[in-house]
Each structure stands twice: as structure tokens, then as C-alpha cells.
Design a protein around this ligand. Structure first.
Ligand code: SF4
Length: 326
């Protein structure tokens, strides 16, 4: 087996790149903390490890964003170190193979699956073993209708031997995914729109967005939009129209987002929550990294702006979008 060659030029390129450019390339993939951690890890590899990827558990595990799973996967597959990898596919294979009763979706179960995987691990070739286990789970020992007749482990599989494949893996019932109502406003002023930047850490950290937030139980989306913009940016705005309603699912929750087109009324931007803001022309939207949920209404926003521009040309006395800059 040929192990992965490490190219330190890639690390230098990532480190020298502006974080915003890294987020822009990552845009739409979700899990934005991974992009931020990649950027930070590149710096640590460059300055603390002389540009050489550390291949010991302690040093590698300390890199930002590296947990037990990533450390075991990279160190075994790239460096052939004897660490067993346990992902969802591997847990399913182990549960069926050994009739493991621990629920696969309970966090405290992981140590039992790691122990089981560790006992089976081939110390001579952990890289191939781990990849084979993950691949077997993904392509043969599938969640529904596993292909037991084609499985190389069939003769040692306890679930198959006892005719109980359908009973494994065991799972805890999950609570329903919470859903939040969000109101967002695109504030137009002097031919530009206001965008704000989220804090560097946390959900969607470092990305740009339109101001807004959660709709309270006691209010309507339109009112929440005006209130949130005031609280976040100190601007008073009026809602002109609703642009659309977007549904989006994150890993642990879902949102229903009402998007409004707003006109600036008064105030100077003072941020409360976001860390930066810009007034930009709509044709510059693509220069900034935005969450995927925002991209879902960009086409409607561009259509809306085009209509307003046409209307402004017909009614130059009452322009909404093409107001000359002051
Ligand atoms: Fe999974 Fe069937 Fe193979 Fe057992 S025999 S590991 S249940 S595919």
C-alpha cells in the first residue's frame, strides 16, 4: 500500500490565505468550524512543526478540529499507525458481527465500539483494515437490506448466524428535531444592501449574512425582522415586501426563514452581535462567503432588485434602489 505523501506547500498556501477566502472556497459545505480549524492548524503545523505534519497521537490530536476519530483515521490511513477507526458504518458492522447491545447513537457507547474495533484491528496493516471496515459498512453491511450473501465476514457474523440481522444495530429513539422561525431583512439604502459578519466562532462563524434573528412566540415575522435589525445594527427600517420563505435543515435543528426587503429609514450602524458590516452592491454578493440558507433566496433577491431598478427608471422622482449615494 502506498501511503499519502504530505505536501507542505498546501499547508503554506492555506496559512497565507485570508480566512475569508478559505471560507469562500468552503461555502455551501456546512461545518464551517472545519474551515476555520484547517486555517489555524496550517499555522501550527508551519510554525510549531516546521511545516511537517506531526505523526504522533499527542501532537496530531492537539491540532484544532482534530478529535479521536480524525486522529485515528489520519494516523492509521496516512501513516499506518495502529489506531482503529470507528464511524457510523463501522459501528453497524461491529454491532451485527458481535451482537453488541450498546445503542450506536448513544455517546457513552463509543468506548465499547472502540474496544471491539481495537481487538479486531490488524496491527500489520491498520490502514487497509480500517478502510475495509468503513467500506464494508458503506457498501455491503448497509443499514437496510445488507448484502450478507456477498459479505466476506458472513461466516463469523453472529447476527447472520442467529438470523437476527434486522435487530442490529440497537438505537435509542431520538427526540424530534427542533424547528425555529427566523426573520431576516435585506436593507436597501442608496443602491446598496447591508450585510453583517457573524462572530468568528460558533455556528456559521465568520460568514456574512443579512441581519435578522429568531421570531418570538408573541410576534409576527415582519415585526421580528424590524426588531432584530434595530437590536443588531441600530438601524430603523420599514418592510417593503416579503421576498420569500426558506426552509433549511442544519445538523441538529431546522429553520423556517421569512426574508423581507426593507428600506432604510434612519440611524447609524452600531453593531450588537455581528463583528463587522458592509454596505455592498448586490452584484458583489458573490465576493463574500454566505451560509447556504442565504444562497437559497439570492436568485429571488436579484430578481427583486432588477424589478426595482426598472421601476426606479420609470419613477425617477421616487427611486427606491437607485438613490444616488450621499
Ligand atoms: Fe453485515 Fe451480513 Fe456481513 Fe453480518 S454477514 S457483517 S450482517 S453484511
Amino acid at each position: 500500500m502506498k501511503f499519502i505523501e504530505f505536501d507542505s506547500r498546501a499547508v503554506k498556501k492555506i496559512r497565507r490565505a485570508d480566512l475569508q477566502d478559505v471560507l469562500k472556497v468552503w461555502e455551501g459545505l456546512g461545518y464551517y468550524a472545519r474551515a476555520r480549524n484547517l486555517h489555524r492548524a496550517a499555522g501550527i503545523i508551519l510554525y510549531h512543526h516546521h511545516g511537517i505534519m506531526p505523526d504522533g497521537w499527542e501532537d496530531f490530536r492537539k491540532l484544532p478540529g482534530v478529535g479521536d476519530y480524525i486522529a485515528a483515521a489520519v494516523l492509521s490511513i496516512a501513516f499506518n499507525k495502529p489506531y482503529s477507526v470507528v464511524d457510523g458504518n463501522v459501528k453497524r458492522v461491529l454491532a451485527r458481527l458481535l451482537l453488541m447491545e450498546k445503542p450506536v447513537n448513544k455517546s457513552t457507547s463509543i468506548k465499547f465500539f472502540k474496544e471491539a474495533a481495537g481487538r479486531l484491528l490488524s496491527p500489520q496493516d491498520p490502514a487497509t483494515f480500517n478502510q475495509a471496515m468503513m467500506e464494508l459498512g458503506a457498501t455491503v453491511c448497509k443499514p437496510q437490506q445488507p448484502l450478507c450473501s456477498a459479505c466476506p465476514l458472513q461466516r463469523m457474523c453472529l447476527a447472520h448466524e442467529t438470523g437476527r440481522v434486522g435487530e442490529y444495530p440497537k438505537k435509542l429513539k431520538r427526540a424530534p428535531t427542533p424547528q425555529f422561525k427566523i426573520a431576516v431583512g435585506v436593507v436597501f439604502k442608496n443602491g446598496k444592501v447591508l450585510i453583517t459578519r457573524r462572530k468568528p466562532k460558533g455556528l456559521l462563524g465568520g460568514l456574512w449574512e443579512f441581519p435578522g434573528g429568531k421570531v418570538r412566540d408573541t410576534e409576527k415575522a415582519k415585526g421580528a425582522c424590524i426588531r432584530e435589525i434595530k437590536e443588531e445594527t441600530n438601524l430603523s427600517v420599514g418592510v417593503d415586501s416579503q421576498l420569500g420563505r426558506i426552509k433549511h435543515a442544519y445538523t441538529h435543528f431546522k429553520i423556517i426563514m421569512d426574508v423581507f426587503c426593507c428600506s432604510y429609514i434612519s440611524g447609524k450602524v452600531k453593531l450588537n452581535g455581528p463583528v463587522d458590516h458592509r454596505w455592498i452592491k448586490l452584484d458583489k454578493l458573490d465576493d463574500y462567503p454566505f451560509p447556504k440558507a442565504n444562497h437559497k433566496f439570492f436568485p429571488a433577491l436579484k430578481q427583486y432588485a432588477a424589478k426595482v431598478v426598472e421601476s426606479d427608471k420609470k419613477n425617477p422622482d421616487k427611486p427606491k434602489y437607485l438613490i444616488p449615494e450621499t
